[in-house]
Every structure is written in structure tokens, then in C-alpha cells.
Design a protein around this ligand. Sequence first.
Ligand SMILES: Cc1ncc(COP(=O)(O)O)c(C=O)c1O
Length: 390
Amino acid sequence: MTIYNFDEIIDRRNTNSLKYDFARERGFPEGLLPMWVADMDFRAPQPVLDRLVAVAQHGIFGYTETKDDYVAAVANWFSQRHDYQFEPSWLKKAPGVVFALALAIRAFTKPGEAILIQSPVYYPFTGCALDNDRIVIRNQLVLNNNRYEIDFDDFERKIVDHKIKLFLLCNPHNPIGRVWTREELLTMGDICLKHGCLIFSDEIHGDFIFPGHRHIVFGSLAPELADLALIATAPSKTFNLAGLQIANLFIKNPKIKGAFSAEVRATGYSQLNSMGLAAAQSAYETGAEWLDQLMVYLKGNLDLTREFFQTNLPKVPLIEPEGTYLFWFDCRNLGLTPQEVNQRILEKGKVWLDDGAIFGPGGEGFQRINAACPRSVLREALEKIAVALA
Ligand SMILES: Cc1ncc(COP(=O)(O)O)c(C=O)c1O
């Protein structure tokens, strides 16, 4: 067994890393500790690195497709980790989940029509809808006793009132960290079924689940719900391969798959990046051991963060995440405006977080920290945040 050392600090500066090397271009001062965009400061599993080296050494990067062994690698992963089985014909590869989300919007709605999201949510949900001239309708998530819940009456009312044909589900939900339960998913699914609304289920964070919770693949709920859904997954978050641009969708309904595939064809995109495909297959075949160790480490980072907030920032509740490595905390009781909180974190703390406001209504006054980094770096960031907000 390989023991991975997640404490190792790997210098990512000057690698063209979005997280480390583009502060000025994105309107931030230089020298901040970056704890924002959702990639990890950990090296991918060693067998994946070995596979990429072998591909590179072969030296020919021609057009590449996948065979049965690729499908088997993905199928085994989802069967073993999530008890979800799909037919090979349901699999559709894409260069990213956001790419797929944008194309689903184009395939299943028309300009001027409304899309349903649950706010606050990963900001491309809104961006892709608006960029495609769709209207964004929000089913506002409700914070009750420090835990977010769904207002199902509002959910159904919005679908009916706005003739919603497409709902963008985020499960586990970024940034609020909920792993939706079977009951919650079934309730949303049944409402969508009743009103003929398709579901794009973004499950990119589905492998990051903390003890006591379980990720339910939307397509595993019931056959009639699977028929309404596009399930979007990717090895990119799970194994830290985002720059290799690969996602796998499971689309059971042939009509939906056909319409989605036609939309992909219309973009001119066909074969995926050969390095991405090699890395994805290798990760699903060999990455379980690495991920198991990583989850223990991330749980340690969560424990540290929770304790740190309780001890040093008692007025700033951490919303206990059930999944993801993105932790969401509530700065509304500090007697500061959200702008003042931002300013202090940036100017006094010199830490780069994601301001909750970018996730849409309900996000203002919150901050999101990416905790997928060596523990010493996380501790340093938390200490800086505490000084900034003191
Ligand atoms: C919920 C969610 N979906 C999608 C993505 C990005 O996916 P991709 O890089 O495959 O487009 C992210 C990245 O942070 C995310 O948090």
C-alpha cells in the first residue's frame, strides 16, 4: 500500500495555476494566500502520474477514443463507491461539467425561458443561464439551525409559475456543503416528474462525503426519475485533474441523450483530450486507496476548522459540511457589512477566499474557504482570517 503524504507543501507558483498565478489579472493584490478556486494542493495519485508519463513518453498525441476498458473503469467506480449501475450506452463524455451544463441549457430550453436553481449555488449555474439568454429563477435555500433546507412548496410553485423545463441540481451542493438525502432528492424528483421538468444533476463533488452521510446518485433513485435526468460526474475534483478537462455524463433516456449529443456536435467538439482520458481511466482504476486516505485527511482539516472557529471566532458559525472540501461560514453577526468583511480578509488577513455574494442571493455575508490543502497552510489561513475579523 502506498502511503500518501498530504502534509507536503508543493509550490504551485509559476505553474500558470489559476489559483496561485493570476491574482493581478483577476483584480486582486499580489501576495495573498489563495484559498479560493476548487482545486486541491495535492498531487494526483501516483499510478495516474505514472500513466501520464507513459503517455507523454510514447510521444504521439493523436486523436483518441475510449474502448470497453474505459467504460468498465467508470462503471466499477460508480458501482463500488455509489452502488449505481449504468449501461454503456448511457455514457457521454464531455470536456467539463460546466460545458455540459451550458449545452443542456441550450438543448432543453429556448432563449427567454426560465431555468431553476437553488441559491446560493456555484456561480456558473447562473452565468451559463444568463449567457444563453435564459431567465434564472431561484428556489432559495433556507438556513435553519445552521443547516440548509429546501422549501419544497416554493420549489414546486416556481416550476409551475415559470413553466420550468430544466432544473440545475447541485449534489453535493457547492457552496453550502449539503449532501442531499434520498428523501429530499425523491421529493424534488417527484415534483419534477409531475411537471415534466428535466434535471441536470451536477455530482462533481460526489466522492467527497464526510462520515454519517451518503451520496445518492440521482439516477439511482427510481427508473422514471433516471429517465428525466442528466447525471454529470467527473474525476477532476475527486483526483485533482481539473486542468485535464474531462467529465462523464450518464443519460439513460435515449431521446435526452440524442438531443444533448446533437448540441455537443453543433459546437464542433468531438474527441476528448488524450491525456485527460488516460488520467481519468487510470484514476478510476487505481485511485481508491489515494481517495480513502485523502478523505481521512480532509476530515482532519474539517475537525481543525470547526474547532478553530468555535475557539477563535465564536461569532462566526461554520456551516457543518456534509460533503465537498469547500467550507462555508457565516460572517453576518460581526457587526460589519459584507464589504467590510471582504476588505478585512483581503487587506488585513491577506487571504483570498470566495466572497459568498458571488454565489447569488443568500450568499452575501458568507465566505467560502477551500480546505483541500496541507493542514499547516489551512491553519495559517484560519489564523489570518481570525486576525482580520478580530
Ligand atoms: C459544483 C461544480 N460543478 C462544476 C465545477 C467545474 O466543473 P468542470 O471543471 O468539469 O467544468 C465545479 C468546480 O468548482 C463545481 O464546484
